[in-house]
Design a protein around this ligand. Structure first.
Ligand code: FES
Length: 341
């Protein structure tokens, strides 16, 4: 019986169209703790359901990936326990995983059941197990639901379900993390006299001591990252030619350098016309906000300390998906016309 219920749960997730996922996220965001609100938005931008579906339904996913100039590791099945390390709620992953498995084992598909309602219910159960406020688990529970869909229920079930950050970082409170994100570097005793030579810290992994580089005020994130020679970046990620942020063109035309902004988005230059247009064409985010949570690091200039997260892949898929959807829309219209004639 439980296997049938698990299958029904997976099927329920599969039936949710892209719009249903987007509206569930919008519905959940106000109830997600501030420490994870941007992180949850970023995670959903890093693992777009539309792209996952396009690859799944493609008769030749390999060729499609090439066509979309995809590089790096997009698939969640390879990173079930780790893709969400940058969420505060990652600390509660074992409890969330157990609550999702229990929910699936008892799942019965009530007609009209809403995705957001299901996520809230499971987040509430997981919060009780963890003895933590539900607001800290809502984002990570939404992530778990999407991970079940994209990785498959069996793979989700058999993953280790362990926390992947060290104890020292896991012990931090949400308030500590928010305070660290809000803090700007001291510029010394005469800092108020400095104009162009101010330096700011860019943190690219909040869970690792030393995962940061310095940026000269007004510089773009990618140029500052390129001066970081502290590691052999290419051996860590083949896309990284210099520094921790992968870059190719440095001119908003390749899409390699996209990053999520966990903290300090307001200290980045507003999105210009070129970045705004290209980031939509790449498919990374569809917004006209001047300071969104997804940016191109070769365009975004910082005037204060920021905390970012670097995705494991890049591609140019927004234009392709739009054209595909328009094509399907035209096909459906033509079929409707044929039927009515
Ligand atoms: S490096 Fe090509 S878009 Fe930024």
């Amino acid at each position: 019986m439980s296997i049938e219920n698990e299958k029904a749960f997976e099927e329920f997730l599969n039936q949710q169209q892209d719009e249903a996922w987007a509206s569930a996220l919008t519905n959940l965001l106000p109830s997600i703790h501030e420490v994870d609100r941007n992180a949850t938005k970023i995670w959903f931008a890093f693992y777009p359901v539309s792209l996952w579906r396009a690859l799944k339904l493609s008769p030749d996913a390999e060729s499609l990936m090439k066509r979309l100039l995809m590089q790096g590791d997009f698939y969640l099945k390879d990173q079930i326990d780790s893709s969400h390390r940058f969420l505060y709620g990652h600390r509660y992953w074992p409890e969330v995983k157990r609550a999702v498995l229990e929910h699936a084992a008892n799942f019965t598909d009530a007609p009209g059941a809403l995705l957001a309602g299901q996520i809230k219910m499971v987040a509430g159960d997981a919060a009780k197990r963890a003895g933590a406020p539900e607001s800290l688990l809502s984002g990570i529970t939404a992530v778990a639901f999407m991970t079940v869909l994209q990785a498959g229920f069996d793979a989700f079930k058999s993953s280790q379900g362990t926390v992947q950050i060290d104890r020292k970082h896991a012990k931090k409170s949400p308030e500590q993390i928010l305070a660290e994100r809000a803090k700007d570097d001291s510029q010394g005793l005469f800092g108020f006299l400095k104009t162009v030579d101010k330096e700011w810290t860019v943190t690219y992994n909040e869970n690792e001591a030393g995962a940061r580089f310095k940026l000269i005020s007004g510089e773009e994130l990618a140029s500052a990252a390129a001066r970081d020679r502290s590691r052999d970046w290419r051996s860590l990620d083949a896309r990284c030619v210099e520094g921790p942020i992968p870059v190719e063109c440095r001119a908003a035309s390749c899409g390699t350098c996209w990053v999520g902004v966990l903290g300090g988005a307001e200290k980045l230059s507003p999105v210009g016309r070129l970045e705004g247009r290209r980031i939509k064409e790449f498919g990374y985010i569809n917004t006209d906000e001047p300071k969104p949570v997804i940016r191109l690091a070769c365009m975004a200039q910082a005037s204060g300390a920021v905390s970012i997260v670097i995705p494991l892949w890049n591609a140019q898929f927004g234009k392709y998906l739009n054209e595909k959807n328009e094509g399907e829309g035209l096909e459906a219209e033509a079929t409707e016309q044929e039927v009515s004639n």
